[in-house]
Design a protein around this ligand. Structure first.
Ligand SMILES: Nc1nc2c(c(=O)[nH]1)N[C@H]1C(S)=C(S)[C@@H](COP(=O)(O)OP(=O)(O)OC[C@H]3O[C@@H](n4cnc5c(N)ncnc54)[C@H](O)[C@@H]3O)O[C@H]1N2
Ligand code: MOO
Length: 403
């Protein structure tokens, strides 16, 4: 049997980071930046007002106070977007709006709240120190300064600064496109009537959602029956739009295992047992001319889910150009005794709870079978029991991976 770590290492050695692609800014959310982006201009590009008020010379309002207001004639009105070059002479004021360029000669802005709001002349009842409410050119970014480096995941704030630095298009590692195919003659679409021996297909929905949660583009290709030729046809049709494929089911020891039957002869997909519980039967390799990675996950829903978390998610991160880190874990106290098969790493479903003092406890959910998807849906963590441990007493400290 392969160890969990060996299987993951083989996957990560095989998958490649996707080639960079230039995309419109609107398409860049959730991708990874593949170039250093600098601003061609300082940001802000010009000195401007941070408040609605009056641009003046600080010396002219230095003596202003509630009992000694200063009255200045208002000579201009400057709004944001006004490109005219204004100037404020000594003893004068310009009405100015937030974001408007600071007129030459002005060295402070008096907020409108400190004045009577006059338009022909303004009465100022509070002194504004030099530089008050002024945003200087280049205060956020100097001209030519790098605002984002290659490898940065693009979220909304990053997309914002790319636009703010004037970029319309940007070079990124795209979100991997992942096709999800489930297999099994027993599967029918949710919403349709169940016949004898049938179940609703949950894996294709769950895995497609997991792909999207992982920041990739998931395409649910539905389910195929237990027929290897049909499976290969479906796979072939999907490969054109796939950077990776996930299948569920059809990989264990039964008489009808279409995935194994169809892919084994290719010699590029290896099926093996991985020393874990759940998720023992695993397959991974590449298919098609473009050597598209394929993850053939076991059909039991909980096994499929855990396999995704352990093997597919890190691979998608590598494909997207993101660093692959081991899953974050925390220490918690086992609320009940736990059992694990010898020689296999167990991932038991649990609720991780913290008491008022911040102590973490892992409460295993009722129903640890790899078919018990409802139990998984109530869990928020996986308790990891190492290969060499078969019994964990209540109260022992365990390693827990929050979901
Ligand atoms: N003789 C042996 N039998 C089994 C072994 C073994 O080593 N020797 N391994 C068991 C383990 S462990 C697992 S896990 C499963 C994996 O089986 P497959 O990957 O071949 O999956 P299937 O047989 O197609 O399905 C297993 C189970 O899951 C249900 N299923 C499948 N697809 C879906 C879906 N899309 N949505 C909901 N449920 C699904 C399916 O109905 C089966 O009940 O093999 C064990 N057997
Ligand atoms: O190893 Mo299977 O995935 O437990 O049911």
């Amino acid at each position: 049997m392969r160890s969990v770590d060996e299987h993951l290492a083989r996957i990560l050695n095989t998958v490649r980071t996707l080639a960079p692609l230039e995309v419109e800014l609107e398409q860049a959310l959730g991708t990874t930046l593949a170039e250093d982006v600098s601003s061609p201009v300082p940001l802000p590009p010009f000195d401007n007002s941070a408040m609605d008020g009056y641009a003046v010379r600080a010396a002219d309002v230095a003596e202003a106070g509630p009992d000694s207001p200063v009255v200045l004639p208002v000579v201009e009105d400057v709004a944001a977007g006004d490109g005219t070059l204004y100037a404020v002479g000594p003893g004068l004021a310009t009405r100015i709006m937030t974001g408007a360029p600071l007129p030459a000669g002005a060295d402070t802005v008096v907020p409108v709240e400190w004045t009577d709001g006059g338009t022909a002349s303004v009465t100022i009842s509070r002194a504004a120190p030099r530089g008050n409410a002024i945003r200087s050119a280049g205060e956020d970014v100097r001209s030519g300064e790098v605002v984002l480096t290659a490898g940065t995941p693009i979220g909304s704030a990053q997309l914002g600064i790319l636009a703010g630095a004037g970029r319309k298009r940007v070079l990124v590692r795209p979100r991997p496109r992942v096709v999800v195919l489930s297999t099994g003659a027993e599967l029918v679409e949710p919403g349709s009537q169940l016949g004898a021996g049938q179940i609703w297909d949950s894996n294709s929905f769950m895995l497609t959602a997991a792909v999207r949660e992982a920041g990739a583009d998931g395409y649910r290709a539905g389910s195929v029956t237990d027929d290897a030729a049909h499976f290969l046809d479906q796979l072939d049709a999907q490969l054109v739009r796939a950077d990776a494929v996930i299948t569920s089911g059809g990989v264990s020891m039964g008489a009808y295992e279409p995935v194994k039957e169809a892919l084994s002869p290719l010699g590029t997909v290896i099926f093996e047992k991985v020393a874990m519980q759940p998720g023992m039967p695993q397959g991974f390799g590449v298919v098609g001319e473009d050597q598209v990675p394929i993850f053939t996950l076991p059909g039991n829903p909980v096994s499929s889910f855990v396999s995704f978390v352990l093997f597919v998610r890190p691979a998608l991160r590598k494909m997207a150009g993101l660093p692959v880190e081991p899953p974050a874990t925390v220490q918690a106290v086992a609320a009940k005794p736990l059992r694990s098969p010898k020689g296999r790493r167990s991932f038991l479903r649990a609720r991780l709870v913290r008491d008022a003092d911040g102590r973490a406890t892992a409460v295993p959910v009722h129903g640890q079978g790899s078919h018990q998807l409802a139990a998984l849906a109530t869990a928020n963590a996986l308790v990891i029991v190492p290969e060499d441990v078969t019994d964990v007493p209540e109260g022992a400290t365990v390693e827990v991976m929050p979901l």
